[in-house]
Design a protein around this ligand. Structure first.
Ligand SMILES: Nc1ncnc2c1ncn2[C@@H]1O[C@H](COP(=O)(O)OP(=O)(O)OP(=O)(O)O)[C@@H](O)[C@H]1O
Length: 744
């Protein structure tokens, strides 16, 4: 104890010194900021006074440009000082959270390495008071135990010995306590973090990143990193910390926040995770949902079914032959077999369906049908079809242009012979020529314009074409009906959710795309929710990107998922260096909730839960619905009195959520979430399970777990998702007969 007190004093001294240094730096940076601001204002004034505000004069333009580039440089410098100030201010509350003592091999001196959110360096003495958690040496803190340890530095592997590992609880600049951990980042700290209330925004976990998580965060070797992790294993958290890590190292490799893209399941989720990167001192990166991608690439011309509507249809408890067929169609259209059919469709279209014709100009053939076709089919560098057709169009238009003068001359002669145009021969001739050109252009474009939608439609409308292209491919039993139903949809300009990815695939193959050229890193969360066809689309869109793909096959709600998905992704992305990692430990739910959720799965996964004791999940049964509602109200009121920050009442569908909301809203303080909200806030809310994917709540009440509502394999996975959203309390309630999925 005496020793602890002694060390505590020393640690307090170090903290005091570090804080004093940061305050000094803050003052200096603040001064710099004022100077930079004044310089910027002066430059703006000078620019305003000394340059013209509008000019087509080249020399004046260069002058303006010089000012603009100076202005841009000064603004960047101002921004970087401003960011540094924010970083220092944040660090005043807790400049670091851990320390380890390291002696490098062949060096005598032991170094005390303090780890925090950012580097704190004394530029005069070169002393590093705090190391950024992402610095190469900091990996030891997450990765190594006491004893021999090493880390990868830009100069190679550095070996040495760790003699101490310490963690601190610093609050508002005060050291409250510390403890030494001999083995791993101590459970005590993690216990504390995990016993907190859930937050409506995801938090950073930088102080307690675990060894297996650290491996994912710091992997720089692989171009494709796949992570299968159980519910609550930290996949989303890791994805965001990985982005922060990549950005830190990106300073060397020119990777900036605008080069990274997160594919997010929905807008609520996007909002939920949007705080982590700024908390880590980084700029947020772009997030996009699949629906938004469809809109971006296809525009507004078609009526497109969004994922949420598809899920709502899927979850509805009125099974019909049509719905079963749609599920089959959705699996098939999401498969690589269908991608193969679409590839064959493109080849067939190229050879048979482009209406090449002889092109005439001024009574002469300027290109024969055969010549055009030959030119088009010559494609040694694998250019997309639309680009090759455009090239042909340009060649034709160039040829026409060459002969246009002659043609106008001829038209003028004809006009001269006409009555009534003697005074306007030139103008009238030009008008006639323009009319001719417009008719001709239309004719040419009939050959050279290709619409992905029309090509897709052809597959379902042209008699026998689908069967012909599907040779040696196993088709679903009801393919005729599926073709017919797709045709009906397309004929009325309606694109079902399962047709979105195939149409995008076709469009990207036909036209190519430069839309996301700047993207170098794509992060896909909830990877199990995308079909192989969607991965084909991502591959075409983000051709030169590296990938971090994280998912849990047990949480796929619209299809049966299995581990083969990851192999499929490896094949589609075709990267030289790919690796798959597994995360089996879950951190979200209490021990009791985790064990309960595991029992829901028919084939329990390899799963370790973090030992945080809680209350056993409760299952409420009432004979009548009204009694059930009354029981639920009283339980939710209890939860509210217990002061849980976020309480979610989860229903199977949006329709059920809405219904229940209207029955409860006068007695309970609660919000209805149907997917259009900006974000989920604290309080009690009611929402469909599929919208709660990826989120978490202190307490979860799952409504209507009856045999009618939850009975098949898909319901099992949905219920698993629902239960694994809970941190501290889980209540399930039903009336009628109990779902057979629930454990005894
Ligand atoms: N190392 C850690 N330290 C502290 N908290 C952690 C750690 N790892 C995960 N958590 C916490 O566990 C919870 C679950 O994390 P996260 O949502 O990232 O998991 P997930 O694998 O994406 O979950 P799911 O697949 O169920 O949506 C979060 O509250 C997160 O803060």
């Amino acid at each position: 104890m005496e020793r602890y007190e002694e060390n505590l004093e020393r640690e307090k001294e170090y903290l005091k010194k570090t804080l004093a240094f940061i305050r000094g730096e803050l003052d200096r940076e603040a001064e710099k900021l004022t100077d930079k601001k004044n310089e910027l204002l002066a430059l703006r004034k000078e620019m305003y006074e000394n340059t013209v505000h509008f000019s087509t004069d080249f020399t004046r333009m260069t002058e303006i440009n010089q000012y603009l580039s100076l202005h841009q440089g000064q603004t960047t410098s101002y921004d970087s000082t401003f960011k540094q100030i924010i970083k220092y201010k944040k660090m005043l509350s807790a400049p670091y959270f851990g320390r380890f003592d390291f002696t490098e091999e062949e060096l005598e001196e032991e170094e005390k390495i303090y780890i925090g959110l950012h580097n704190v360096v004394d530029a005069e003495t070169y002393d590093i008071l705090v190391y950024d958690w992402r610095a190469p040496i900091s990996s030891i803190f997450y990765q190594s135990e006491l004893g021999p340890a090493s880390y990868r530095s830009p100069q190679g592997i550095i070996k040495g010995k760790v003699s101490l590992k310490r963690q601190y609880k610093i609050h508002q600049g005060e050291l409250q306590y510390y403890f030494d951990s001999s083995l791993k980042i101590d459970d005590e700290m993690l216990q504390q973090v995990l016993s907190q209330n859930a937050s409506p925004r995801m938090r950073n976990i930088v102080e307690t990143i675990q060894k297996e998580q650290n491996q994912v965060i710091r992997d720089l070797d692989n171009e494709l990193l796949l992570v299968q992790g159980v519910a609550g294993s930290g996949k989303t958290s890791i994805a965001l910390h990985r982005i922060a890590y990549l950005l830190y190292h990106g300073m060397i490799e020119n990777l900036y926040s605008n080069n990274i893209l997160i594919l997010s399941p929905n807008e609520i989720f996007s909002q939920y995770i949007s705080g982590v990167l700024p908390e880590l001192g980084e700029e947020n990166v772009q997030q996009i949902t699949f629906d938004a991608l469809v809109k971006k690439l296809l525009g507004d011309q078609l009526k497109v079914e969004k994922r949420q509507l598809w899920l709502e249809t899927l979850m509805a408890c009125n099974p019909s032959k049509k719905l079963e067929r749609r599920k089959t169609a959705s699996v098939f259209k999401g498969s690589r077999f269908f991608a193969q059919i679409l590839e064959r469709l493109i080849l067939t279209y190229e050879r048979k369906y482009i209406p090449f014709e002889d092109v005439y100009y001024d009574g002469q053939v300027i290109a024969t049908k055969q010549l055009l076709k030959n030119q088009f089919l010559q494609n040694k560098i694998g250019r997309p079809m639309a680009k090759r057709l455009k090239r042909i169009e340009n060649i034709l238009l160039d040829r026409i242009h060459e002969q246009r003068k002659l043609r106008i001359g001829k038209i003028e002669k004809l006009v001269q012979q006409m009555d009534g145009h003697e005074l306007e021969i030139k103008a009238f001739s030009r008008l006639l020529s323009m009319k001719e050109s417009s008719v001709r252009l239309k004719k040419i474009r009939k050959m050279t314009e290709v619409s992905a939608f029309e090509v897709y439609r052809l597959l379902f409308t042209e008699n026998g074409l689908f069967e012909k292209l599907a040779k040696e491919i196993d088709l679903p039993g009801e393919i005729k009906e599926i073709i017919e139903e797709t045709k009906e949809n397309l004929d009325r300009g309606y694109l079902a959710y399962e047709d979105c990815a195939p149409l995008l695939f076709l469009k990207l193959k036909l036209e190519g795309s430069d839309e996301f050229r700047e993207i170098k890193q794509v992060v896909i969360d909830e990877a199990q929710d995308y079909t192989p066809m969607q991965y084909e689309v991502f591959h075409l869109l983000f051709r030169d990107s590296r990938w971090t793909v994280l998912g849990d096959i047990y949480q796929s709600i619209d299809r049966e998922g299995d581990l083969s998905l990851y192999q499929t992704i490896v094949e589609i992305m075709a990267k030289q260096k790919a690796v798959q990692l597994f995360l089996n430990k879950s951190y979200r739910s209490s021990h009791e909730i985790s064990s309960f959720a595991q029992k829901l799965l028919r084939c329990p996964q390899e799963h370790i839960h973090f030992e945080r004791k809680g209350t056993r999940p409760a299952i409420i049964y009432e004979e009548r619905r009204l009694e059930l509602i009354a029981a639920m109200i009283s339980r939710i009121k209890e939860l509210q009195e217990e002061k849980w920050g976020t309480i979610a009442l989860l229903c199977k569908t949006a329709a059920e959520s809405e219904n229940l909301y209207h029955q409860l809203k006068d007695v309970l303080d609660l919000k209805l979430i149907l997917g259009n909200e900006e974000a989920v806030e604290t309080g009690t809310m009611i929402l469909p399970v599929y919208l709660a994917k990826g989120l978490e709540f202190d307490a979860v009440v799952v409504y209507n777990v009856s045999a009618d509502n939850y009975n098949n394999a898909a319901d099992r996975r949905l219920l698993y998702v629902a239960c694994t959203r809970a941190l501290h309390r889980l209540i399930l309630c039903y009336t009628g007969s109990r779902s057979p999925i629930l454990p005894d």
